[in-house]
Design a protein around this ligand. Sequence first.
Ligand SMILES: [Zn+2]
Ligand SMILES: [Zn+2]
Length: 420
Amino acid sequence: MDILIKKGHIIDPANKVDENLDILIADGKIVKIGKQGTISPSGAEVVDAAGKLVVPGLIDMHAHLREPGYEYKETIATGTAAARAGGFTSVCCMPNTNPVNDNRAVTEFILAQAGSASARVFPVGAITKGSTGEELAEMGELFSAGCHAISDDGKPVMNASVMRRAMEYSKIFDMLVISHCEDRALSGKGVMNEGVVSTELGLRGIPRSAEDVMTARDISLSELTGCRLHIAHVSTAGSVRLIRDAKARGVKVTAETCPHYFSLTEEAVRGYNTMAKMNPPLRTADDVAAIKQGLKDGTLDVVATDHAPHALDEKSGEFDYAPFGIVGLETALGLTLKLVDEGILSLTEAIRRLSVNPALILKLNKGMLAVGADADVTIIDPKAEWIVDAAQFRSKARNTPFDGWKLKGRAELTIVGGKI
Ligand SMILES: [Zn+2]
Ligand SMILES: [Zn+2]
């Protein structure tokens, strides 16, 4: 079925388009873009997008879909349903499944499951076998099976020499190396940001240096090897500074942050709120300000979710023992649009961070609305005011600190490959 999206406000930063146009979709591709009322195909399903934003489908560079191995937390089916509800047409899934995605069989399993999923899935392969940080995974095999990037996310690669070799090999396949920056010797058994609040609550702290030391190391290794490095979930002012400096010197580094790092501070942990426990941890108001500045000046290229579903009984235990992480696919767009209201990002720059830049960094032929491109399109109602209700999530999981938040702006329709 052909689809005609009429009267929408198209924001397509890659092609510098910011105007009201109609779009015709056929056979999963965008086939025509024209002035309003100039496209009149017979028999197309018409989507009236008056008053709505029509943008290239959102791409989440960083999610945990938990399958295989932890299907009680999330599956590829439920995770991509959550993605689609949140406006994401593509999702990269991290390899810390069971078994770890460190070989062809796991990548192929994920892609097979993704065949019937609600959004496109791009598996990220592991850097080391079992993500234990010791022996490199078979990168060529992961690449030919369909991985565009590698990461041991959830853990750092603590041995700098192993990371150096991974970066050298990654260049052969031009695979992106995504780094979870955490020096385990510094983070230790910490459960929240180290500072006044952790002292008051009597919880073990994770200093900001645990992140910054590793960001500095991996920038240095990227400089040494010429590898394309992407820093995951930046949470500190120090890391923003290091990345800004590296970019100015021409290092091939890109970076993402997540909505929680610009929406919340460590204060959210008070009351031993396990929904505010994530890794890296929520930081201080100074860090939040630096993250916002980093997004504004382009130091931070991407907003990713780090969607990390957990079962409620896991999260309802004692703070020390609750797992790290929150879900994010269904709240990321609304939280990012708050930055537009605050004047931190223009709408165009917000879409750049949610779609255009992830596509460029991952070298996916996406993130734009050009004729001939895949018909991955998100239609956003920018005025829709809504209350986050975790009970209504399409995700299996409910672990969010944003339950009950009032947000403005929501994905109204997410089209993946020309399918509504
Ligand atoms: Zn991580
Ligand atoms: Zn992660």
